[in-house]
Ligand binder design. Structure first.
Ligand code: SF4
Ligand code: SF4
Length: 457
């Protein structure tokens, strides 16, 4: 059966959960501490409580879960916008059809150039992004763009994982994306509330709520086993959206054996042509609560924030549960080559170059990671989830993080960077629990310093 969601049912679940007693909330949070995740009903209770005591405990528990499962690691990625042609009119987006600006689609030479710049920044993992336009941006173009990126090697740099964020499409097209070797297929539901969805998607194929909602069913039936969900927080009530995400996650888990590989956490911000009075912008406090709730509910699902958030907000959210951030990002087609103002899909708050973001993470004692090992070792879908849920994933994540940081510092770091990264690597090697893995990591780090690349476990 495919994913369905009924707005009245979700609202009823939230209403029923309101006023859950202290003892039940304690019991839910006790269970959450055991890293087993929570049911949508539990999540509804956490989302609707007004108890300051329990909200504070939620923040503590989410921070502890983040620490236990992800330690100090933060996975790095960069978005790559290849086309801003779009036949949809989404009220909240700068690329909406009807917005007047000169649209473009990158040529393969331009994509090579963008990939080269990103590789020279040290990136190994991209999220390829494009608007929906079957004429100006057909699936064949996307496939060629992915091939071009995988083939591009700048010095010792290479993109090892291309995640893809393109419009909901057919099983046939998902099969093509699967066969070419994409990482995660990412699609934001935007909002799970069908009436709000219909009002905000004013024209174009994306207006079809059901087709959009069932995209992951088609993707998974076509062989794609890593999918990444998300909503644009601010389009509708945040409690409703978090519950929508959890119901979707449960559907995928029960039907295909693996829930979301990642959940993206964009918060609505201003874009060209947008009437901000239509939206309820989420306060920082509520947004932190959203991150904490999701971290508690799905401990093994990667959580992503983008440059929409300021450095200070990113710092807090990383402590609460975020496991992936973008660095040195441009949200403009051809933006890495031009770095000119304007023409962006939305406004970004963090414009620092990638190396500055890495320095900043290390100043916070965090470990930036360029790891793409699971995808390349075939640890995807249910294989990934079973390793993650057993808790053993962390035994490979930290060694891989340290090896990729070492690679980065050797290839792109200046003297100051190398000194800081060496300190972080040394400090964290001692945290690897297994003697054998610790020894292997040391050996691999020496090999990387000696010139070898792309070592992973
Ligand atoms: Fe097009 Fe996506 Fe923007 Fe909607 S959100 S207008 S589909 S680019
Ligand atoms: Fe992600 Fe797997 Fe690398 Fe861990 S080992 S950071 S789960 S790709």
């Amino acid at each position: 059966m495919e994913m369905t969601i009924n707005a009245a049912d979700v609202e009823r679940m939230l209403a029923d959960a309101r006023g859950t007693g202290a003892r039940d909330l304690d019991e839910i949070l006790d269970r959450a501490e055991g890293l087993r995740g929570l049911s949508p009903k539990d999540v509804a209770a956490l989302l609707t409580t007004d108890s300051e005591e329990h909200i504070s405990r939620m923040f503590r528990v989410s921070g502890e879960i983040k620490e236990k499962i992800y330690g100090e690691r933060v996975v790095m990625f960069a978005p790559l916008y290849v086309s801003d042609y779009c036949v949809n009119r989404c009220a909240y987006c700068g690329y909406a059809c009807g917005n007047e600006f000169t649209r473009r689609r990158l040529t393969m030479d331009e994509i090579r150039k963008e990939a080269e710049i990103l590789e020279r920044m040290g990136h190994k993992r991209l999220a390829l992004e494009a608007g929906e336009d079957p004429v100006n941006c057909p699936i064949e173009y996307i496939l060629e763009a992915i091939r071009t990126i995988y083939d591009m090697k700048a010095g010792s740099g290479e993109i090892r994982r291309v995640n893809v964020n393109i419009a909901a499409t057919t099983e046939e097209n998902y099969k093509k994306l699967h066969d070419i070797g994409i990482g995660t297929y990412i699609l934001f539901q935007e909002t799970y509330h069908e009436p709000a969805y219909t009002a905000l998607h004013e024209a174009g194929p994306k207006r079809d709520f059901r087709y959009h909602l069932t995209a992951f069913d088609r993707a998974m039936r076509s062989g794609i086993d890593d999918v990444g969900g998300g909503v644009l927080f601010g389009l509708h009530d945040w409690r409703f959206e978090v519950l929508g995400l959890m119901l979707h996650n449960r559907h995928l888990d029960e039907t295909y054996g693996a829930g979301f590989h990642t959940i993206s956490m964009p918060r609505l911000c201003h874009a060209q042509g947008m009437d901000m009075s239509r939206y309820e912008i989420l306060s920082d406090g509520d947004f932190k609560r959203v991150v904490a709730t999701i971290r508690i509910a799905v401990p093994y699902t990667g959580m992503i924030i983008s440059t929409r958030e300021s450095p200070d907000m990113r710092k807090e959210l990383i402590r609460l549960g975020i496991s992936q951030v973008s660095g040195g990002s441009s949200v403009e087609v051809g933006g890495y080559a031009s770095r000119e103002d304007g023409g962006e899909q939305f406004e970004v708050a963090d414009r620092r170059p990638a190396i500055d973001v890495l320095r900043w993470l290390m100043d916070e004692e965090l470990v930036p990671s360029f790891c793409t090992a699971c995808y390349r070792k075939g640890r995807t879908g249910d294989r990934f989830m079973s390793l993650a849920k057993s808790g053993n994933i962390k035994n490979v994540c930290l060694p891989n993080a340290l090896m990729t940081l070492c690679e980065y510092m050797m290839d792109y770091g200046d003297e100051r960077f190398r000194a800081q990264a060496s300190g972080i690597i040394e400090k964290n090697i001692s945290k690897i629990a297994s003697d054998k893995m610790r020894a292997l990591t040391r050996e691999n780090i020496d090999r990387i310093k000696g010139g070898e690349r792309d070592l992973f476990v």
